[in-house]
Design a protein around this ligand. Structure first.
Ligand SMILES: [Zn+2]
Length: 181
């Protein structure tokens, strides 16, 4: 259920049979999200929202409601661009340097550029499409090196440096960008 609120914009209401109280959080799109017990009516949800406005304002980083639709659209375009590029770039480098991974996932987490799980799934953030190619490649090479080293040990960095001699400066420059869309 979606509530259209004049202050917070589209508020996502998720009914959860396990939840006893009402919990507020921020969705990955920056919208306010409410988790409510399954019997909660929209009338009740709105009333609860009204009585908690100040707490929400003070504690949750909700993105400007006027930009919600525009951000959704931007994210969709970015996802499309990423889908047509990142999996192929990953495959290219994996072949070039002899890595085997299980699959490539695209993510839009707000905090990380990429990850590599123990079952050899590599996740790449669609926000990589917004950074210079060298930095994008660095992230890919970094995650590929994790296939052999699941930590940031000396051996790991040695492997990264074999494929990206400038990895230190790339790592530093990447900090100037944010993965959030
Ligand atoms: Zn790492």
């Amino acid at each position: 259920m979606i509530i259209n609120d004049k202050e917070f914009g589209e508020v996502i209401v998720r009914k959860n049979s396990l939840s006893r109280g009402i919990k507020f959080s921020v969705s990955t799109s920056g919208r306010l999200s409410m988790s409510v017990p399954s019997y909660t009516s929209s009338f009740l949800a709105k009333r609860f929202l009204n009585s908690n406005r100040q707490t929400i304002r003070d504690s949750l980083p909700i993105k400007d409601p006027n930009g919600q639709r525009a951000r959704d659209y931007k994210k969709k375009l970015l996802m499309k661009k990423a889908r047509e590029y990142l999996p192929y770039r990953l495959e290219y480098y994996a072949k070039l340097y002899g890595y085997t991974y299980n699959k490539c996932r695209l993510s839009h987490a707000n905090t990380r550029w990429g990850s590599c799980s123990s079952n050899k799934t590599i996740s790449l953030n669609i926000g990589l499409m917004n950074v210079p190619e060298k930095l994008r490649d660095y992230v890919i090479l970094h995650e590929l090196a994790h296939l052999n080293h699941m930590d940031h040990s000396k051996a790991f960095w040695q492997e990264v440096s074999q494929h990206d001699h400038n990895y230190k400066s790339h790592e530093k420059r990447l900090k100037l960008f944010s993965p959030g869309v």
